[in-house]
Design a protein around this ligand. Structure first.
Ligand code: DGJ
Length: 687
């Protein structure tokens, strides 16, 4: 190695080196502080046979000439077998930039790294510039390659699913070859989260994670070679064909983030949570208000009277923000019409929308609204005026999904329309909450009148989305924005830094939701996790659960209520008010605290522990049958808490325990037919 650079985070370090030949950068060590002090665990001995050294080395970012057989990060045309040489490097504070250039094509690549001193996530991205005279095309454009030593095979954990079943954790063992997840939908997708955890198959501790901050089409590929190295490539995928890079142009890839934890997939989750809390910046500590959302109570049957009846009960229960979901605007009697015409329907609000909002506000509630601004129904005034605004391939039919088309947000006039519509709503009405939905992927990869190979539709759409979200945040800083896409199809690190909460799934039924949230928490933080108490019975597991169970479940992130509370009995409303009040007492711990999952939905033990500045809150559920306690001999479920002080005494649910007891024997919970969930505060005592 002629040169080496180390970035140091809170507990992690990441060291890259430049070999004498200067043809690439390679990973030297990635792990706990001090890991770089010794022979590189990524280095190899012996001679590459029947392949090239770049196919075997832990190359950080490889064009196809460097890594011709094992899978490159970058493929450029008309250049073939592109390779480059080192130009320059600059390390400043928590950042590193290393430049490479190819004389033949004129392509220059700046590899960027950032590892903040208080984080264990290394951010990586690449800036590609065409400094030559001829146009270039980017066929593959990864953001980064991450190398992980997996001598006994790679154990991969990922999150997959579909609508109503998002964030289902799965693991697989990769001994050789390739594993791939991704989306070609033009949006993050329900099918896979851009998240992968990798560890050696026999070593349960050290675990590495890769995630991508991108809200369009993407790919994460893991490849394990014969010598035990697993290399993970992450980046955008050019579904619509190669991206043009004109002379003088620069393209910046999305950030691929790499995380390390010595404590397995669970520890890795804590690293991601801390990172996402960092992305929230000073918005993290804003009070996460308890919301009511009308969707499951009224669907499209929105009327001022019906919404006010709901709002009255919501206020009585302690809800702080009332959100009217789909169905409030002209032409929106069902899902066949109306999208695009964002004017309140005078038939539904006969005294005026202003008056309606005012009435909600007078109940002591803040007000929020649902929108799906990137969409249009063919039955709408917007479509009649601008049929050319939707994605389409000239001469081909257009596909409707949920009776709607996707607007081509990459067109400046569409971006302007969406931005000014939302800005207008926020200026026109007393709104503090916006739920931004997205209910269909892109099907037609084209723009009317523009040759198909030209536009980077995905990049243009996503860039416009980010600009609008950033502008709304800048101009309306008091407005909370919820990101939603037919449930959880738009949850990724890029959205985590631009919205305040996300809606993980349309499935709100108790046991189904327990699973979804358990999976979600492996990758994403509770301050982003919107969750409602509803009357839903379940798609995959219909076992009913108590109101307490549903409140404790929705309290695991940002609490909301979505049930038809007009129908709740006085007793149910009283109980609901008690749970809302309890949530308000602990919400800062839940949304800012460190998370330890205890057991899971498939175990007898099923709880999540949140810890913030010595305050501990445990949310626990009985996910399965009872054990007959009281009738036959049985022992209570024991929740083994974590990260307590063994010598300190704690009070929990009316009893005293040492920290050592709570961590080794565990906190006992007795489930009965009337008691299937609990919220338990564990407090330090002086005795
Ligand atoms: C899909 C969302 O995920 C739901 O919460 C709801 O807002 C509907 N769209 C409304 O059409």
């Amino acid at each position: 190695m002629s040169r080496e650079w180390t970035l140091r985070g809170a507990t992690t370090e990441y060291t890259v080196g430049l070999p004498e030949h200067g043809g690439w950068l390679e990973l030297r060590a990635w792990g706990p502080h001090g890991v770089s002090d010794g022979p590189s665990p990524l280095g190899y001995v012996g001679r590459p046979q029947y392949m090239t050294p770049g196919d075997v080395a832990a190359v950080e970012y490889a064009p196809d000439g460097v890594r011709p057989f094992a899978g490159p990060d970058l493929v450029v045309r008309p250049a073939r077998a592109l390779s480059w040489s080192f130009e320059d490097a600059a390390q400043e504070g928590d950042s590193l930039r290393v430049d490479f250039a190819d004389a033949g094509s004129g392509l220059r690549a700046a590899l960027h790294y950032r590892l903040a001193a208080d984080s264990d996530v290394v951010e990586r991205w690449v800036e590609l510039t065409n400094a030559g005279d001829s146009p270039l095309q980017l066929v593959e454009l990864g953001s980064a390659g991450f190398s992980v030593p997996t001598p006994h095979g790679a154990r991969l954990t990922y999150l997959s699913g579909q609508w109503a079943q998002e964030f289902t954790p799965a693991t697989t063992e990769l001994r050789r070859g390739r594993f791939e997840i991704g989306s070609t939908l033009g949006v993050t997708g329900h099918q896979f989260s851009p998240y992968l955890a990798v560890r050696d198959a026999r070593d349960t501790g050290p675990t590495w994670g890769v995630a991508l901050a991108w809200t369009g089409s993407w790919r994460i590929v893991a490849e394990r070679d014969a010598a035990g190295l697993t290399r993970i490539r992450a980046g955008r995928v050019a579904v619509e064909g190669p991206l043009a890079l004109a002379p003088g142009a620069t393209l910046v890839t999305p950030v691929a983030a790499g995380a390390y934890s010595a404590e397995g997939v669970d520890g890795l989750a804590r690293v991601w949570h801390a990172y996402e809390r960092g992305l929230a910046g000073d918005r993290l500590t804003r009070t996460r208000k308890v919301i009511y959302n009308s969707w499951e109570a009224t669907y499209f049957d929105v009327t001022a009277a019906g919404q006010l009846a709901l709002a009255e009960v919501a206020a009585e229960i302690g809800v702080e923000t009332f959100v009217v979901d789909d169905g409030w605007f002209v032409g929106r009697g069902d899902d066949t019409a109306g999208l695009g015409d964002w004017t309140p329907d005078p038939a539904k609000f006969p005294d005026g929308f202003d008056t309606f909002v005012d009435r909600v506000r007078k109940l002591g509630l803040e007000f929020g609204l649902w929108v799906e601004p990137e969409m249009v129904n063919p039955r709408s005034a917007l479509y009649e005026a601008h049929p050319d605004w939707v994605y389409q391939v000239d001469g081909r039919p257009r596909t409707t999904i949920r009776n709607q088309y996707l607007l081509d947000l990459g067109r400046p006039e569409v971006e302007e329309f969406v931005h000014s519509t939302l800005d207008g709503l926020l200026r026109g009405y007393d709104i503090t909450y916006l739920k931004w939905d997205f209910n269909r992927p892109r099907t037609e990869p084209g723009r009317m009148g523009v040759p198909l190979e030209d536009p980077d539709l995905d990049g243009a759409h996503v860039a416009a989305l980010y600009r609008i979200l950033e502008a709304l945040r800048r101009d309306h800083p008091h407005v909370t924005v919820e990101g939603c896409a037919a449930g959880g199809a738009r949850v990724d690190l890029a959205m985590a830094s631009r919205v305040d909460v996300v809606w993980p799934s349309d499935n709100t039924a108790p046991i189904d939701r327990l699973r979804i949230q358990d999976g979600y928490l492996r990758a994403h933080a509770p301050h982003l996790m919107s969750s409602w108490v509803t009357d839903a019975t379940g798609l995959f597991d219909t076992r009913p659960r108590s109101l307490a169970f549903r409140f404790v479940l929705a309290s695991a992130g940002v609490l909301g209520i979505g049930a038809d509370i007009r129908r709740w009995s006085a007793a149910e409303r009283t109980e609901a008010a008690r749970w809302v009040a309890r949530y308000k007492q602990v919400r800062d711990v839940v949304t800012q605290g460190e998370v330890h999952r205890i057991g899971g939905p498939d175990e007898e033990r099923c709880a999540v522990q949140y810890t913030l500045d010595g305050r501990v809150v445990v949310l626990a559920w009985n996910p399965g049958p009872l054990d007959g306690l009281g009738t036959v001999p049985a022992r209570p479920v024991r929740l083994k808490l974590r990260a307590l002080d063994p010598a300190t005494r704690y009070a929990a649910a009316g009893a005293l325990y040492s920290g050592a007891h709570l961590m080794s024997a565990g906190l006992p919970v007795h489930w009965t037919a009337d008691h299937d969930a609990d919220l338990i505060e564990v407090t330090q005592t002086s005795s």
